[in-house]
Design a protein around this ligand. Structure first.
Ligand SMILES: O=C(O)CCC(=O)C(=O)O
Ligand SMILES: [Fe+2]
Length: 396
């Protein structure tokens, strides 16, 4: 079993792999490494995305300096000494007994809002190629990358840098803090590959790999949503039907460069996912994702060939609070970069969302009002840059 260890110097999380795990992933490790020649050209996107200060003057991701815009106020910094690393459910999807599988998924969705799945049917080679394409995208030469960099939230395909605006004691104006990551956002779709034409032609493999990955991920998400429906005592296709015929499908690739001071910043700030379901494909050997449970931060250790299943706000609302939309963050690593690809599956903009009737009774009154999903998106946009609390705006 992999072990999460704290780095002696800074307390950052480093995953130590057992000899068995190392033998299991040699191809992955080889394929996601990027030639040095590409690596040295790549910091500019990171710099442009944080161009307010423009203070990063070093020449690659490996040696980016932690300029003041990344240093979070003390109360927002991760306390890396107080992170636990046990209990995250790992569910074998190849489990023969469907009832047992439904039960396990329901329990993990209720208690954690996040679990790992193994034997999920997405070929290991496809996952490796996907992560490799993501890594290559973030290491594109500046000319190719610059056209993708944008802070315009209405652009569907772009490289950006997440930030938080924090009100400082007594100071009215909010100060902007950047996250130690770059993200590449684009649409995806399980059955209609029209989105592929919107994607950059570099790196050349990105389009073909993501087309295949999306198809297979669509099947997996349908399977998960069906099992989750049954776990709530609903018809198998209930959740998929409520989410609608034109689901909002967004992808976000994340790149977290090594960071000299992981205790001062975050790769991604504390958040819940806005949509219904997220499947994250993470780097196989670098920890970073952490979830909040019972007021404690728990590290989600990488497990070989596992995918991370993350329940979003819409599932919490539809299930009337029975399933949890997991609060999570990503911490940085002093020595290793990390990549991940999150595929989000959200409702049709016209879907009418609210607690399912059969989950409401005297003991469980409706916790949220009904809304059209486009209202939720509007609220999401209004809370841009803040510590988003969107579903709270729909609480009864
Ligand atoms: O990098 C990760 O493991 C998680 C990414 C994430 O939370 C997100 O993209 O919303
Ligand atoms: Fe997330």
């Amino acid at each position: 079993m992999n072990k999460l260890m704290s780095c002696m110097t800074c307390g950052s999380n480093v995953v130590s792999l057992s000899s068995r795990s190392i033998r299991e992933i040699p191809v992955t490790r080889r394929r996601i490494s990027v030639p040095k020649a590409l690596r040295v050209t790549s910091k500019d996107g990171f710099m442009w995305a944080n161009s307010e200060d423009g203070a990063n003057s070093t020449s690659n991701y490996q040696s980016l300096s932690l300029t003041p815009n990344f240093i979070l106020p003390v109360e927002r910094r991760p306390n890396l000494e107080q992170v636990y690393n046990d209990g995250i459910p790992v569910i074998d999807m190849g489990e023969g007994d469907t009832c047992a599988l439904i039960e396990r998924i329901a329990r993990a969705s209720e208690e954690y809002g996040l679990f790992l799945i193994t034997n999920h049917g997405i070929p290991r080679e496809l996952c490796e190629s996907m992560l490799s394409a993501v890594t290559n995208l973030f290491h594109l030469p500046p000319q190719a990358k610059s056209v993708l960099v944008s802070d315009d939230p209405t652009k569907d395909v772009r490289i950006a840098n997440h930030y938080r605006k924090v009100e400082e004691n007594g100071i009215q104006q909010r100060k902007k803090f950047s996250m130690w990551s770059e993200v590449f956002k684009h649409p995806w779709h399980p059955t209609d590959d029209g989105f592929i034409a919107l994607l950059p032609s570099e790196p050349p493999e990105y389009r073909t790999v993501v087309a295949e990955y999306s198809k297979q991920m669509g099947d997996l998400m349908s399977q998960l949503l069906n099992l989750m429906s049954r776990g709530l005592g609903l018809d198998e296709n209930h959740l998929l039907k409520v989410l609608g015929r034109n689901p909002l499908c967004r992808a976000q690739a994340n790149y977290y460069p090594p960071c000299s001071k992981p205790d001062l910043t975050l790769g991604l700030g504390v958040h819940t996912d806005r949509d219904a379901l997220t499947v994250v494909l993470p780097s196989p050997n670098v920890a970073g994702l952490q979830i909040m449970k019972d007021d404690k931060w728990i590290a989600v250790d990488p497990v070989p060939n596992a995918l991370v299943i993350n329940l979003g706000d819409q599932l919490q609302i539809l299930s009337n609070g029975r399933y949890k939309s997991v609060v999570h963050r990503v911490v940085t690593n002093e020595h290793r970069s990390r990549v991940s690809l999150a595929l989000f599956y959200g409702p049709d903009k016209d879907a009418f969302i609210g607690p399912v009737d059969s989950l409401i009774d005297e003991q469980h009154p409706p916790a949220y009002r009904h809304y059209y999903f486009r209202e939720f998106l509007e609220e999401y946009r209004n809370q841009e840059g803040k510590n988003r609390k969107i579903k709270e705006a729909f609480e009864i």
